[in-house]
Design a protein around this ligand. Structure first.
Ligand code: ADP
Length: 468
């Protein structure tokens, strides 16, 4: 890229310079030719005047005027021919065509008073034809012409002039290239520098040499790349961290009931003559721990299922009113145990395209939590509403609430606000993760509003029609 930029800068600098150079060269050569033309035409006009004043055609052998013609032709290194009105050449400084006749369009025109000037650029030849007036003492008389003077000159110095100009312009262009190249090199280096920096940092980070992030500097585009890359790196780090945390949490959670079982079993085997009552009590505890282990494993399996792609969803048309009523019916006995009132409010019948099993699990978790983390004789309200696009489920309770600072964390795997209480109520800390995953799989949204010691509300919004 650096060399492409460098070449582009060179082109931008040199191409206009060449164009300007060619233009300047042409203008300068043209103005030189024009200047020579003016010079020669003026001279031809002066000569024609002199021929007229001296009534040349009456005295062709005039020494003075003939030597003047000769002097002029020598001075300009050209040929001068004088033609009379019969188109006869009366004077030729080359003596080659004297007394011969010359009839050309320009000569015919010159006898009517029209002067011509022709430049043959291929041979650098100038031909000027100037009419010769009939000398008249009386200026009031009408002007007439009785001949023409034809001057042809080779502009020999034009070639040198052209060469000189071309050389100057070439020199200027070469000089420009020499000066421009290091400048273009520095500029292109400067321009690719931020990109190089980003690329180097990305390479170092990918190779794992550094823990740092890519420096967000340079152009707007490189800042955007650096930002996007840093975001990706931090996400990967977070993912890695949460995976590590998850594995350690899983091991810990699975180990806890097993450790309890081991302690209970050991204490039984290490004692002699253990009463049957103690056996019974310890074995009941062991059975409880096994149930807990079983629940953790089941929750983990549900979570793993939710982690798979949405293609695993088993979508069908489901009556959401019936689905929620069934969940409440199942949980009513648990609520009744703590004298908790369970109310269902439906604003309209709702039928939606969902995975029945997964959403049943999600809503059950919400209602179960609302009962679990409630006060004695509290209430749980479940409401269902819909518009033309979504259905909305709201689960509110009069429970203990969730502190503000941990509200974001309750959806994390194994996170529990009060570990002891959660354990008491058989919680694994996986319920809300499962719920959130199930809702996200349906392209839905879950939000939480809670105030400590006042209660909690979870709101869920899910599209009526499944969007794959
Ligand atoms: P658990 O199995 O512990 O209930 P969840 O993932 O379902 O795990 O919930 C995570 C934590 O969020 C719970 O341990 C509890 O502290 C808190 N929580 C969830 N729902 C409620 C609620 N309705 N009221 C108060 N706290 C709640």
């Amino acid at each position: 890229m650096r060399w492409i930029l460098c070449a582009a800068f060179m082109c931008i600098g040199v191409i206009p310079a060449i164009a300007i150079g060619i233009g300047a060269y042409k203008t300068s050569v043209n103005s030189y030719i024009k200047q020579r033309e003016v010079e020669l035409t003026t001279y031809a006009s002066v000569l024609s005047k002199e021929l007229s004043n001296s009534a040349y055609f009456d005295n062709i052998s005039s020494q003075t005027i003939n030597s003047e013609i000769k002097l002029a032709s020598d001075m300009y290194n050209g040929r001068i021919i004088v033609v009379n009105k019969e188109y006869k050449i009366v004077k030729d400084t080359y003596y080659a065509s004297e007394n011969k006749y010359i009839v050309t369009e320009e000569i015919i025109k010159s006898l009517t008073g029209k002067r011509s000037s022709i430049y043959d650029s291929a041979n650098n030849f100038f031909e000027i034809i100037e009419p010769i007036e009939v000398y008249a003492k009386d200026s009031t008389k009408e002007t007439s012409y009785n001949g023409a003077v034809l001057m042809s000159f080779k502009i020999t110095d034009i070639v040198d002039y052209e060469k000189e100009q071309a050389r100057k312009i070439q020199l200027l262009i070469v000089l420009e290239c020499v000066l421009l190249f290091p400048l273009a090199l520095i500029l292109s280096q400067k321009m690719v520098c931020p990109l190089r920096k980003v690329a180097d940092s990305i390479e170092q980070i990918s190779d794992g040499y550094t823990e740092e992030t890519v420096e967000e500097s340079g152009y707007a585009e490189t800042i955007l790349i650096a930002e996007a890359f840093n975001k990706m790196v931090s996400k990967t780090k977070q993912l890695d961290l949460s995976r590590q945390e998850f594995v350690s949490n899983v091991s810990h959670e699975l180990k806890t009931p097993i450790t309890s079982i081991k302690v209970l079993a050991d204490s039984l085997t290490m004692q002699e003559n253990v009463p049957v009552e103690l056996y019974k009590e310890f074995l009941t505890d062991i059975a409880e721990e096994i149930d807990r282990e079983n629940k953790i494993i089941n929750d983990l399996l549900s979570l793993v299922k939710m982690d798979r792609t949405a293609a695993e969803l088993n979508i069908s048309q489901v009556n959401i009113n019936e689905l929620l009523e069934l969940i409440l019916k199942r949980l009513r006995p648990i609520a009744a145990k703590r004298n908790i009132e369970l109310v269902f409010e439906s604003f309209r019948p709702v039928i939606a395209e969902i995975d029945e099993v997964k959403l049943t699990l999600a809503f059950s978790n919400l209602v179960e939590n609302a009962i679990k983390y409630n006060i004695e004789s509290g209430w749980v309200r479940v409401s269902l509403n819909a518009d033309h696009k979504f259905f909305y489920v709201k689960v509110s309770d009069s429970g203990i609430g969730i502190p503000d600072d941990v509200q974001d964390r309750v959806f994390e795997r194994f996170y529990r606000v009060d570990k002891a209480r959660s354990r008491e109520t058989g919680g694994t800390g996986l319920g809300l993760s499962i719920t959130k995953n199930a809702i996200l799989m349906h392209k839905g949204v879950i939000k939480l509003y809670s105030k400590e010691n006042e209660g909690t509300t979870f709101t869920v919004r899910i599209p009526l029609t499944y969007i794959s």
